[in-house]
Design a protein around this ligand. Structure first.
Ligand SMILES: *Cc1c(COP(=O)(O)O)cnc(C)c1O
Length: 336
């Protein structure tokens, strides 16, 4: 199968499984799982932060971070398209009593500075207390411009807000912009990093930040049901990814560019964007369902929507991209 639906579909490699099977473990709720501690320290160091905390999912890592930054009746400023706002079931409001203040994302994924400034509320009993600015990098595969990030964070700081980055794909951002992970994370008070996406681990996210913030997040992790026991088995998969599967993200970015080039040769396809490991493209609406079915019969999994997203990852090779493009071309030859 060639699965282009998401970079979450990767399977652990034999070497990763080997690392997981031989991991020393303890009870992480008691704080004595050596593999979890190793991962948390390694990721914090790489991200240039004081402390790290292992989570079962990015959703929970983001939520615990929001709850560590904001209390009941506080507000966070976030993009309409941000994962924390749009794709996490409204957890900040539902479970955290935190009011989201969503803003329209610009085409490059950023939140315009004037809109952020206008959304920050004065201290007044009429208003929720604006406490946090949350950005996402990459967003829709796009790397937020470093200059923009610096300005947005400086604006937030100057108005007394803390800052959080949903860095589910911050490793992609770092590799694509020839920056270190620490450079991508530096502006933010906290960053959530996913290991179950392009890095290829089966499970796990790590939240990084100051020791004080991580201590608060650790309490919320327990409350949210994320305290795990011999989770070193999972952390070892993430450690393996950290050591062996970061630099190779560049191949995913090349394969996404290859995919976009291939689609651009097809009259019925219009490529909307390609950045890092994601391509967004449109096909005539009447072809979406039949094309998806045609590809599936040929062992290629896609999700054809109004704007279809194709994601490259560890388990997709350049040859797989060529197979996919050839299959799309064959479909349109027959459909014509
Ligand atoms: C995947 C993802 C998350 C977290 O997702 P989980 O499936 O809960 O691990 C958070 N933010 C972004 C941008 C993501 O893509």
């Amino acid at each position: 199968m060639i699965d282009l639906r998401s970079d979450t579909v990767t399977r652990p490699t034999p070497a990763m499984l080997e690392a997981m099977m031989s991991a020393p473990v303890g009870d992480d709720v008691w704080g004595d799982d050596p593999s979890v501690l190793r991962l948390q320290n390694a990721v914090a160091e790489r991200a240039g932060k004081a402390a790290g905390l292992f989570f079962p999912s990015g959703t929970q890592s983001n939520l615990a971070a929001l709850m560590a930054h904001c209390g009941r009746g506080d507000e966070y400023i976030v993009g309409q398209l941000a994962h924390t706002y749009k794709y996490e079931g409204g957890g900040a409001a539902v479970l955290g009593s935190i009011q989201p203040q969503p803003l329209e994302n610009a085409a490059d994924g950023s939140l315009p500075l004037d809109k952020i400034a206008a959304a920050i509320k004065p201290i007044d009993n009429h208003f929720a207390r604006s406490r946090l600015l949350a950005l996402e990098n990459t967003i829709g595969g796009k790397v937020l411009p470093a200059g923009y990030v610096a300005e947005a964070v400086q604006l937030a700081r100057s108005r007394g807000l803390a800052t959080h980055l949903d860095g589910a794909r911050a490793f992609n951002a770092a590799v694509a912009s020839n920056a270190t992970l620490a450079e991508i994370c530096a502006p933010f008070d906290s960053v959530s990093l996913c290991f179950s996406k392009g890095l290829g681990a089966p499970v796990g996210s790590v939240l990084v930040g100051s020791a004080e913030l991580i201590e608060l997040a650790q309490r919320w992790r327990k409350v949210l049901g994320g305290g795990m026991r011999q989770s070193g088995l999972l952390a070892a998969g993430c450690l393996y990814a950290l050591d062996h599967q970061v630099e190779r993200l560049a191949e995913d970015h090349q394969n996404a560019a290859r995919l976009a080039r291939g689609l651009s040769e097809i009259d019925q396809a219009s490529v909307l964007s390609q950045a890092t490991n994601m391509v967004f493209a449109q096909f005539p609406q009447q072809h979406c369902a039949p094309l998806e079915a045609w590809l599936k019969e040929r062992g290629i999994l896609t999700q054809m929507l109004y704007a279809s997203r194709f994601v490259t990852h560890l388990d997709v090779s350049a040859a797989d991209i060529d197979t996919f493009i050839a299959a799309v071309k064959a479909y349109f030859r027959l459909a014509a």
